[in-house]
Design a protein around this ligand. Structure first.
Ligand code: GTR
Length: 327
């Protein structure tokens, strides 16, 4: 073998040696996490996004879902996304308020007239601006990809709740954010901040008398087994948000970032379809499992919580005005 042939051979071997691992290295599996089980709309929507990502990157990027709190509660998920230990976390805006203050506008009681109003807000300029606020704030260490629907939250427990006086002396679990505890106190009960992962056993053992959430959650988390009365107080309509690790994001190509953004927007609307389908059947299923639905005096709860909107609303007055004007 002459020198030139030898050099060509070496170059070829080198190229082969680097080409294979490089191609193999490019294949990545993103970790996604949710507190809800398989079959829940938010979980299915993210898995759907994963399938699209895989198809549209020729298998280069795929998503592995860790449902049912396998990676911990929502606070832990945010922290893991921040350090890049997971890529996608689907969480309630309730859990995001302490991380990004402005999001707390969505955590105020009776801030949306109804679900349609909330949808208009998250789909429109306000929703986009809030996502961008998170993304333009490196201190958040996350990228907000999009919104999801999570219906209306109502009180559940062992006793019917029609008016604020019915909540007297009842310990009601709320998400870990001072606004929620104060809201429950204003509604007449006694708010207890507690992680979602501790709730089932707290309901079962009587550490709390009740909680509040949407019907698909009552069903999916089996809380209906220990809480048979669902009272339609309608005090909170809180959207969900799905976030991405900024650490992973910063290492992505501009094309991959654009693809992820596009698919996220699609996912926002796909989850909505899944949400509406799940909500349409959840009430019937819960009733069949022995849950009683109680109509509550929403006007009375609205009045009772005015102090919360007054207290927290001042800071967000301009934004709240825009929300109210969204038709
Ligand atoms: C559910 C929501 C969860 C979690 C939970 C809670 O509606 O989907 O992400 O936030 O409420 O009350 O903690």
């Amino acid at each position: 073998m002459n020198k030139r042939h030898f050099a060509t051979l070496c170059a070829g071997l080198l190229a082969a040696a680097f080409a294979l691992p490089a191609a193999a290295q490019q294949k990545v599996v993103w970790k996604a996490s949710d507190v809800h089980p398989l079959g829940y709309p938010t979980v299915e929507a993210i898995m759907g996004m994963g399938k699209k990502l895989e198809a549209q990157t020729g298998g280069r990027i795929s998503v592995q879902m860790y449902p049912s709190m396998q990676l911990g509660g929502e606070k832990e998920m945010i922290e893991q996304a921040q350090v890049g230990a997971l890529q996608i976390a689907r969480i309630s805006v309730g859990a995001m308020g302490p991380v990004v203050d402005e999001l707390n506008v969505f955590n105020l009681p009776f801030i949306f007239r109804d679900e349609a109003h909330m949808r208009k807000v998250i789909d429109g300029p306000i929703g986009t601006e809030l996502l961008e606020k998170i993304n333009n704030n490196p201190a958040s260490r996350i990228i907000a990809l999009g919104w999801m629907d999570a219906g209306v939250r109502n009180v559940y427990g062992k006793k019917p709740v029609s008016v604020p006086a019915d909540l007297k002396g009842q310990k009601i679990r709320m998400m870990g954010n001072p606004i929620f505890v104060e809201t429950m106190n204003a509604m007449g009960g006694s708010g207890v901040a507690m992680g979602f992962n501790e709730l089932y056993s707290a309901l079962e053992t009587g550490v709390v008398d009740g909680a509040e959430n949407n019907p698909p959650t009552l069903l999916a988390q089996n809380h209906y087994l220990v809480s048979k009365v669902y009272s339609e107080t309608g005090h909170l309509i809180i959207p969900e948000i799905f976030i991405f690790s900024r650490r992973t994001w910063d290492a992505l190509s501009a094309d991959d970032q654009a693809l992820l953004k596009k698919l996220s927007r699609e996912t926002q609307f796909e989850e909505r379809k899944l949400w509406d389908a799940k909500t349409a059947t959840a009430e019937g299923e819960l009733k069949a499992k022995g849950v009683t639905f109680v109509k509550a005096d929403k006007a009375a709860f609205y009045k009772a919580t005015q102090s919360i909107r007054d207290k927290y609303g001042v800071k967000y007055a301009a934004l709240l005005k825009r929300i109210e004007e969204t038709k």
